[in-house]
Design a protein around this ligand. Structure first.
Ligand code: SF4
Length: 528
């Protein structure tokens, strides 16, 4: 069936449902023994649209929101309630979870890892690959017994999967014990949705399919020493295999003053490292109509803030401009690690993926980066077995990987995502061939990773200590500026500090080292 002829309305066929009530734009149905209130259902056609309306910057702080949160605080004072969130997928989702945690804690809930103790369980889901979705459906199946034992438990599904009509439909039909489904544009509505689910008996569905606004002043509960900072949302690239532009809306950048204020506050709170987040951070500022301010300008301003390390993810090679390279070359807190997803080394496949650059343009970008930042460590994402990929085209990927010498890579076997243009192409590379290509690619990446790690053999490098090794007592682990994983002996008090270590044994996926300068001396050396 062609993309045009696909009938997405079939997902919301309520011919076998009874309308119970229509009120304030919401409809309540009785469907397979459960009442379902639909505030708003996902709509594929709307998710695809890119209109001209202005992006609104709204504030989470509002008297109505505060009133609802206060009512939950009162409930939690009478009897303490607990929440648990299970997060799948990328850092964007991890950060969305931090925001939801912030809201829960403002409402007086306490976090728990114990499902039996939890009064609310949310699955913050990822739609990028089919097996990620299968895992969530498996978990929802397991939750049925828990829900029978604990009928007051509120079970919710949010994140990218919720933006897919087929997923919402499947949950309604096969997992009626779910109480709440909300989308990526509805996260700030959590207090209101929780109120509906808490006081009503129906399953509540609210998934906006709009292009998206920006909500500022969201409460956020961050843990650890590394903080994520959203600088933009959405994506307009529409790579043919990717579902993100549909689930996350259009590219929209936060105002520089809001981003800079947040980074300054994180520096004040003592965070040692931040990662700037966006589906395509290099498109930052393209949507501003009142100023000419792009990602390079933002990085240049963040460079002046007293936070020791600044990373960013993820980059699209097409928008990686010369000004950004110039700014990154200034170093300081801007680290020498660049994650640059190439996806394929074949111009023909890149065209079919609609990546909007060729093999030659990618190599030219790498050449410019290496000329400006000679010690830059590059990592990437690669898909093997894209529809129509020939052996020769796969070899183009292998030769590009060899030429660039990526230090590591996230590698994937192509699998079609419903609703994307690539899903309409013939998925004609046999699975065994895809698997074999993945193995060959991974073997090459392992070789290059070891080669890259050997480059620092015997050198002294700065490590931000993240924690203790789970399997080896007394061994700490942390990362260098270039994102290399280091293991070394040291006391637990060094966690969260910068330590100078000498590399003693480079391995394929990590490096063994020994401490040469402890954190006390290092603290001042890292200032600025
Ligand atoms: S740039 Fe391409 S792969 Fe990345 S989020 Fe956008 S559409 Fe998906």
């Amino acid at each position: 069936m062609s993309k045009e002829s696909k009938d997405y309305s079939k997902y919301f066929d309520f011919s076998d449902a009874k309308v119970m009530k229509r009120e304030d734009g919401k409809t309540t149905y009785r469907f397979k023994g459960r009442e379902i209130t639909i505030n708003s259902a996902p709509d594929y056609q709307d998710e695809k649209k890119r209109g001209k309306q202005d992006i609104q910057v709204l504030s989470f702080e509002h008297p109505e929101t505060e009133k609802v949160m206060e009512s939950f605080r009162e409930i939690n004072q009478t009897k303490q309630r607990y929440y648990a969130i299970y997060t799948y997928g990328c850092q964007m989702n991890e950060h969305d979870t931090e925001v939801m945690r912030g809201m829960f804690e403002k409402m007086g809930y306490v976090s728990t890892d114990d499902r039996i103790q939890a009064d609310v369980i949310l699955f913050n889901t990822c739609a990028i690959r089919e097996n990620a979705e299968d895992k969530v459906f498996g978990e929802l199946g397991h939750m049925k017994t828990l829900k029978q034992q604990k009928p007051d438990l509120i079970l919710g599904v949010c994140g990218c999967m919720s933006q897919e009509a087929s997923v919402v439909n499947k949950i309604m039909r096969k997992h009626p014990h779910v109480d709440l489904i909300f989308g990526t544009h509805n996260i700030h509505r959590l207090p209101f949705l929780l109120q509906e689910a808490h006081f009503g008996k129906e399953m509540v569905i609210e998934v906006w399919s709009k292009e998206g606004d920006i909500i500022e002043n969201m409460p956020t509960k961050r843990e650890g020493l590394i903080a994520w900072v959203n600088i933009m949302y959405g994506c307009d690239k529409f790579c043919t295999y990717c579902i993100v532009p549909y689930t996350r809306g259009k590219e929209r950048s936060r105002m520089p003053e809001d981003v800079l204020a947040e980074v300054r506050e994180l520096a004040r709170q003592g965070f040692k490292e931040i990662t700037l987040l966006g589906q395509n951070v290099n498109a930052y500022g393209k949507d501003f109509t009142d100023r000419n301010y792009r990602f390079g300008d933002l990085m240049d301003d963040i460079r002046k803030i007293d936070i020791p390390r600044v990373r960013f993810t993820t980059s699209h090679p097409r928008d990686f401009d010369d000004h950004l390279i110039e700014v990154l070359a200034k170093g300081g807190n801007l680290v020498e690690h660049i994650h640059l997803p190439v996806q394929s080394g074949s111009t023909e496949i890149l065209k079919r993926m609609s990546r909007k650059y060729s093999r030659e343009l990618f190599l030219e970008l790498v050449r410019k980066i290496r000329a400006a930042i000679p010690d830059a460590v590059l990592t990437t994402d690669i898909i093997v077995g894209f529809p129509g990929e020939t052996e020769e085209q796969f070899e183009d990927t292998m030769s590009l990987v060899r030429e660039v010498k990526f230090a590591s890579a996230y590698t994937f076997i192509y699998s079609p995502r419903e609703g994307t243009p690539a899903a309409e192409m013939a998925d004609d590379v046999p699975f065994e061939v895809k698997q074999q290509r993945l193995q060959r690619l991974n073997a090459l990446i392992a070789e290059l990773s070891l080669e890259s790690n050997k480059l620092v053999d015997g050198q002294t490098v700065e490590v931000l200590v993240e924690g203790e090794s789970k399997s080896r007592a007394g061994v700490l682990s942390g990362r260098t500026r270039s994102n290399k994983l280091i293991h070394f002996q040291g006391p637990a008090e060094w966690i969260g500090q910068f330590v100078q270590v000498r590399v003693t044994e480079p391995r394929t996926w990590y490096i063994t080292a020994e401490a040469v300068v402890g954190p006390a001396v290092q603290a001042s050396a890292n200032a600025g």
